[in-house]
Design a protein around this ligand. Sequence first.
Ligand code: IMP
Ligand code: MG
Length: 179
Amino acid sequence: MREDIKEILFSEDTIISKVKEIAANLSEDYKGKELLVVGVLKGSVIFTSELLKYISIPCELDFIAVSSYGNSSQTSGVVRILKDLDNDVAGKDVIIVEDIVDTGLTLSYLLKYFEDRNANSIEIVSLLNKPVRRKTNINVKYYGFEVPDEFIVGYGIDYAEKYRNLPFIASLKEEVYNK
Ligand code: IMP
Ligand code: MG
C-alpha cells in the first residue's frame, strides 16, 4: 500500500492539531445554538469522529451517505442519497462535515437538500479543500487544508474503497489511479 503513495501531505499530528482548532472555532460560533453535526459517509467518518471529540458544546450527530464518484476517480455530477438522515433537521443549525470539496457538486446538492428541509442554518466543514477544481460557487466556511489538484487518500478518504485506514493524508501516484 505504501508504495502507491506519492507524498505524505499532512501527518496525523498535524491533522489532529488542525481538527482541534476547527472544533474550538465551532464551539465558539455555535454557542447557544441547536448544533447538528452531519457527517457525509464514508469519507468523512474519521474526521467527523475526531472533530466531535473536541466540540465542547451540546450537539447532535447524524450521518448521510451519497454517491458521487462510484468507483472511479472522476465525478459524474449525479448525486444520489444512499442513506438518509435518521432525524429531522428543521430548526437545527447544521454543519455538513465533508472529507474533501473538489468540484463542489456534491455539496451544492446537499446544501439544497438541507434548505428544503428547513434547517435554521447550514455551513460546510471540510477537512480538505481543492479549490482549483471548483465548478460551483459554494462557501466552504471551515476547512483544514488546501490541497493541490492530485488524487488524495488517507484519514478516511479512499481510492476505490482502499487507503481509508492510512492515519495520514497523502497523494497517490498517478500510475495507481490512471491504470
Ligand atoms: P465533488 O462533488 O467533486 O466536490 O466531490 C466530492 C467527493 O468526491 C468527496 O467527498 C470525495 O468523496 C470525492 N473526492 C474528491 N476528490 C477526491 C480525491 O482527491 N480523493 C478521493 N476522493 C475525492
Ligand atoms: Mg465524500
